[in-house]
Write a protein that binds this ligand. Structure first.
Ligand SMILES: Cc1ncc(C[n+]2csc(CCOP(=O)(O)OP(=O)(O)O)c2C)c(N)n1
Ligand SMILES: [Mg+2]
Length: 888
């Protein structure tokens, strides 16, 4: 293999070195060849001529000119299409902001990446009808106008809709700001605009495609994942944090395209460095195939004549801030600064005019260079590929936009700028019309539209396009599977975590859905008592198990297998969430319903990866999130960073999330059965968040008639045997219901009886009450609806004391609909380590402090005297010096 464009002052000598290496390999094998290379490098280091690092290459294109494939398309036609798409992408943002100041949108991102997308659309992206199901493309969020502009040309978006960019409120009539499946469920597939999440979730999507394939659920061998991202976006830890997983898993179905326009929002990404070179080393180091597309074809001849490597040295040394500057300067300036550093360099460009120097394009604007990169990327085997494409931010939008630091924030063009843009694009928009920047469509039967539709038809249809249909109908588990959990325990004790582990292992044996269940665990299976799953269904590994596990021979051993079912993600909650999204959207993305059960430390769920949960909601993912080791006081000994007393508050902020805090095994089983029914049978786009505790107690049998109450969030668990002089209502959630039951016994000493209620979901109670409020507000002429919580608690006597292992804020969700004095008890404040008993006293949620709260409420109601309250405090050993947990 010989590169014509590499700086080589003595090609014959070079070939001799190559020949001798080949001869050693032939004669003595690869080990000897490697030894000789190592020795040569050691010598090179001694003389300080070793390559800087084997991970980076010169600042030139990876693919040599003579290895570029011929371009199969019609370049002139594709240029015309690109120009029309470019115009309309600009028109939609400009028009939106002219009509509605402040509505926003971005011009410069797509302007820099138009060719990157268009080459993909015309030649590579496989659409939904492609055999095997097509590619998954993650579009850079801020480039959305370009995707709309293309769909407009294809006839998929009418012109009225183009004029409703960023106006979603009239449902179905507008175009969302960014890729939001929930707002445009027929169009967008993958949410990307929270930067970093696109790259992360794309990696796990590619991995999940392999999982589906290896587990023989779906043949995904023709599907690829394309992820477009910004160079500024690469600063997000999530963007690069999972690269090694893609490398290790050899995800050759994955292609990243990084739009390296050298700028982010405020300024240069690496003014003092080189982002492309930096990314090259990072991706290389993680085992990726790296293709740099740095320069356009205008550079080919210059680089071919760079026999001494002077030009390469110059390209290598100039930093990005400088490259950005050259975009904004005339050719004479660049001649002087780039080439003027050495007379020999000046000579290289002496035949070029200043204007020609100014027009030496960057690789990411050359369809030929991009085609070559995509072609190579799609043929690569055994590793993921990244394409680092060098572009100009605001390309072709004129000097007010190209390369300037404010370009990201500019939403409109002046008439003169529009005129120049129109002239550059050679579009038939009249001077008179320029003021309004009208959309331009060449007509449904035009050659351009015909060409692009032909290309898309050959590739499996238009994109982006989200599928809503589920092609596989599943038989849901029979009720019997849940039976044992409803019966309760005659003897012994269990925690809800143990109950869940048992239920999950039953679901994994169920004929109807066993293959569809995807357990996801970030290195905590043993913590949750779920390690039996390892041997029961195996851990998924694309290479099987290449070693004999240390515990082989034991009943439960660490079994990895190509058909393994558990996604054991290691200590990686973000990656686990990305897997959850891939599995939870498989019903649409891969037309295969899957049911993820992602179990994690509840403290490291919504708090740590909340944005991914939000993205899951946007993507309309379905599945179960299980926040284990839940509760500020139930998990003892772990302390401040582990004790979760607020994940339910955070979960309530995710609109598609149904959050439950169950106490008993029958509640948990009822909730999971309902969740599977809603997600799989009823096709509802909901996520269930269920907290699981590690406190064991005897699980009671399910009382009659409580199913609806469990699912709606509240039911009466037990009624006072006998009414005493005073009466209160005690509401409990999770294991704290046991404290409510104990408080009921203690209260008897003060002539107070109590009913005990189980609150499985404050969030569901609140949501339903808000729904009633909404109905009533807008239907004043109809009978008012009463919230379920009000109806259920109506007519019972006494103040209401609510306790949970979560913040008071959670119980406060329902306070305004409770028909009576309401006293929430909860765990505001930082967590700490101690025994459960001490922690519950500290946070004032144990039975004794509950008694104090109940008596206090009765005193405030004028029912008892202060002396009784003081007596109780003294009886129970609680003084007025009780530390306020918020004070820590
Ligand atoms: C997590 C997150 N932080 C901040 C932003 C706001 N933001 C939007 S675009 C942008 C700059 C993008 O730069 P780059 O990734 O280089 O993309 P380009 O537009 O240059 O292609 C920023 C900071 C965001 N969308 N997401
Ligand atoms: Mg950028």
């Amino acid at each position: 293999m010989f590169r014509s464009d590499v700086a080589d002052s003595d090609p014959v000598e070079t070939q001799e070195w190559r020949d001798s290496l080949e001869a050693v390999i032939d004669r003595s094998g690869t080990a000897r060849a490697r030894f000789l290379l190592d020795e040569t490098l050691a010598t090179a280091r001694h003389f300080s001529v070793a390559p800087l690092t084997s991970l980076s290459t010169d600042y030139v294109n990876t693919i040599p000119v003579d290895q570029e494939p011929s371009f199969p398309g019609d370049p002139t036609m594709e240029k015309r299409i690109r120009r029309i798409v470019r115009w309309n992408a600009v028109a939609m943002v400009h028009r939106a902001n002219t009509q509605f100041s402040g509505i926003g949108g971005h011009l410069s991102t797509y302007a820099s990446s138009a060719a990157l997308y268009e080459v993909g659309f015309n030649h590579f992206f496989r659409g939904p009808a492609f055999p095997g199901g097509g590619d998954h493309v993650y579009f850079q969020g801020h480039a959305a106008p370009g995707m709309y502009a293309r769909a407009f040309l294809e006839g998929r978006i009418p012109v009225e809709k183009m004029d409703r960019f960023r106006r979603d409120a009239d449902r179905g009539k507008g175009l969302s700001s960014y890729p939001h499946p929930r707002l445009m469920p027929e169009f967008w597939e993958h949410p990307t605009v929270s930067m970093g999440l696109g790259p992360l979730t794309a990696i796990y999507q590619a991995r999940f495609d392999k999982y589906l394939h290896d587990r023989r659920i779906k043949d995904t061998s023709t599907q690829r994942v394309w992820c477009f991202m910004g160079d500024g976006e690469s600063d997000e830890p999530e963007s690069l944090g999972a690269l090694s997983i893609a490398g290790r898993e050899k995800l050759d179905n994955l292609i990243f395209v990084v739009n390296c326009n050298l700028q982010r929002l405020d300024g240069p990404v690496r003014g003092n460095g080189k982002i492309i070179q930096e990314l090259e080393t990072v991706f290389h180091g993680a085992g990726w195939n790296v293709i740099k597309v740095v320069w356009g074809p205008e550079w080919d001849d210059l680089l071919a004549r760079d026999h001494e490597g002077l030009l390469r040295d110059r390209l290598n040394e100039l930093v990005d801030g400088q490259w950005q500057k050259y975009v904004t300067m005339p050719g004479s300036y660049t001649r002087q600064h780039v080439w003027g550093s050495d007379p020999r360099l000046l000579k290289l460009v002496e035949h070029l005019t200043d204007e020609q120097i100014r027009k030496l394009r960057r690789g990411g604007h050359s369809y030929r260079k991009i085609f070559a990169a995509y072609d190579r990327a799609t043929r690569n085997q055994g590793a993921p590929t990244v394409i680092l494409a060098h572009t100009v931010k605001g390309w072709a939008l004129g000097e007010g936009f190209e390369g300037v630091n404010v370009t990201h924030q500019k939403k409109k063009l002046g008439v003169e700028e529009l005129r120049q843009f129109r002239d550059l694009l050679e579009l038939p928009v009249s001077d008179k019309e320029l003021e309004t920047a009208p959309f331009y469509h060449p007509g449904a039967h035009s050659a351009e539209v015909k060409y692009m539709l032909e290309r898309r038809n050959a590739l499996g249809g238009s994109m982006p396009a989200r599928r809503n249909q589920v092609s596989v109908a599943l038989d849901l588990p029979k009720s019997a599977i849940y039976g044992e959990f409803l019966e309760g325990m005659k003897k012994g004790e269990a925690s809800t975590t143990m109950v869940f582990a048992r239920l999950l292992s039953k679901l994994l044996r169920d004929d109807g859905i066993c293959k569809r269940v995807v357990p996801i665990i970030p290195d905590e299976a043993r913590t949750f008592g779920m390690d039996a799953l390892f041997s029961q269904v195996g851990i998924y590994s694309s290479v099987g198990q290449l070693y004999e596990p240390v515990d082989k021979g034991k009943v439960l051993y660490y079994r990895e297998s190509k058909e393994g079912q558990v996604l054991e993600e290691g200590i990686n909650e973000a990656g686990s969430m990305a897997s959850f999204i891939a599995a939870g959207t498989a019903y649409s993305v891969n037309a295969q319903p899957m049911i993820p059960f992602y179990i994690f430390y509840s403290m490291f769920g919504f708090q740590r990866t909340g944005d991914l949960m939000w993205a899951a909601g946007d993507a309309m993912a379905r599945g179960f999130l299980l926040g284990a080791t839940a509760g500020r006081t139930t998990l003892q000994g772990e302390g401040l960073q582990h004790n979760d007393g607020h994940s339910h508050v955070l979960a309530a902020t995710l609109p598609s999330c149904v959050a439950y805090d169950p106490a008993f095994s029958y509640e948990l089983a009822t909730i999971i059965e309902d969740g599977i029914d809603r997600m799989v049978a009823k096709n509802q786009n909901v996520i269930y968040y269920i907290t699981l505790y590690n406190e064991s107690f005897t699980m009671p049998a399910m009382p009659e008639g409580v199913r609806e109450g469990i699912l709606r969030g509240l039911y009466r668990y037990s009624t006072a045997e006998k009414k005493l002089k005073h009466h209160v209502q005690l509401l409990g959630s999770g294991p704290l219901i046991n404290e409510a039951l104990r408080a009921r016994e203690l209260l008897k000493a003060y002539d107070v009886s109590a009913d005990v209620w189980s609150v499985t979901s404050y969030q569901q109670l609140r949501n339903e009450a808000l729904e009633c409020e909404h109905f009533n507000r807008f239907h004043p002429d109809q009978p008012a609806r009463t919230p379920y919580v009000t109806q259920t608690l109506a007519g019972v006597a006494g103040p209401f004391i609510a306790v949970s292992d979560y913040m008071k804020l959670l119980a406060d969700f329902i306070s305004r609909w409770v028909p009576g004095r309401f006293v929430p008890l909860g765990t505001e404040g930082f967590g700490l380590s101690d025994t459960r008993t001490s922690l519950r006293r500290h946070f004032e949620i144990d039975a004794e402090t509950m008694v104090c709260a109940a008596l206090d409420a009765l005193r405030c109601e004028g029912q008892i005297d202060v002396s009784l309250q003081l007596k109780a405090m003294s009886d129970l050993g609680i003084g007025s010096d009780k530390l306020d947990p918020m004070s820590i």
